[in-house]
Design a protein around this ligand. Structure first.
Ligand code: SF4
Ligand code: SF4
Length: 284
């Protein structure tokens, strides 16, 4: 079972939920797919080993063959090519490796060469937690190919808990779309509610069953709770706005390690997810 932990915006507690859930269950595979800012290991402190470098094919223009027609730059939706009067400029960090520029070039002037997107790393903890993460090179825009490469390392013999990137762009959709269930982490504040609704639309469009974790419960108002109640969306867990939890977070300590009663609550949440999936409910 693959459970994605997502949120409409950063800073809502997505990584906190993913790490504490994984530690509470033990024996799972935790994947940090937030490749632009992989923070899970700040809380785990594991010695990581390289799995592989991930590359994507980026274009190289042959000036001998190029007629400067500009078709390749017109085609590229990622602005990775600029056709100047004297040459075509390539911006490898913006290239998504789709290969389209090579297809539209009728002169055969586009060659491909591998560019390094980032690295995949993994580790195993004493408590048999398996952990893997992707780290996107600074300045690279193409997070999705790195995420897809990391997903190919999912250990299917155990449950996978996947910390997704924040927001609702392509990298998030790649994570949620490949999951069996999505936990949306939010706060009941005006900003939190706004971004939660964006994330909700994305999850519904992907037809992935979902539930909600209310983080910093008690802060803000009851708008998320009322909305979920009206729509029949399950609230799986409430994590209170608690000084001790905040302090442990600031020290890089997963709060289930110091407040073990929470392990049971996270394990209960996972059982509830299993029950929802077995019943075939969970989507509107
Ligand atoms: S499509 Fe081919 S010929 Fe035209 S500008 Fe691009 S590389 Fe040059
Ligand atoms: S491979 Fe695709 S993304 Fe990269 S430069 Fe060519 S058209 Fe743009």
């Amino acid at each position: 079972m693959k459970v994605a932990i997502a949120s409409g915006k950063g800073g809502t507690g997505k990584t906190t939920v993913a790490v504490n859930l994984a530690l509470s269950l033990g024996g799972v595979h935790l994947l940090d797919c937030d490749v632009e800012e992989p923070n899970c290991n700040l809380f785990l402190g594991l010695e990581l080993e390289k799995l592989e470098y991930v590359t994507c094919q980026v274009p190289e223009i042959d000036p001998e063959k190029c007629t400067l027609c500009g078709k390749c730059a017109d085609f590229c939706r990622y602005n990775a090519l600029a056709a100047l009067p004297s040459r075509v400029l390539v911006f490898p960090a913006l290239c998504h490796g789709c290969g389209g520029c090579g297809l539209v070039c009728t002169e055969g002037a586009v060659r491909e060469k591998p560019g390094i997107l980032g690295i995949l790393e993994s580790a195993r903890s004493d408590s048999s937690l398996e952990f893997s993460r992707g780290v996107l090179n600074v300045g690279e825009a193409a997070a999705t190919p790195l995420i897809r490469a990391l997903q190919r390392h999912i250990d299917n013999s155990r449950p996978a808990i996947i910390d997704s990137p924040p927001g609702v762009a392509c990298p998030v959709l790649a994570v949620i779309g490949a999951a069996d269930y999505c936990v949306l982490v939010t706060e009941s504040t005006p900003f939190g509610f706004h971004d939660f609704r964006l994330a909700l639309e994305a999850v519904k469009a992907l037809k992935v069953p979902f539930g909600v974790v209310l983080n910093r419960d008690g802060l803000g108002d009851s708008r998320v709770e009322e909305f979920c109640g009206a729509k029949g969306i399950p609230i799986l867990l409430r994590i209170p706005d608690d000084r001790r939890i905040a302090q442990l977070y600031s020290e890089g300590i997963p709060f289930v390690e110091e407040m073990p009663e929470w392990k049971e609550k996270f394990a209960g949440m996972f059982s509830a997810i299993r029950a929802i999936m077995e019943s075939g409910e969970g989507t509107e």
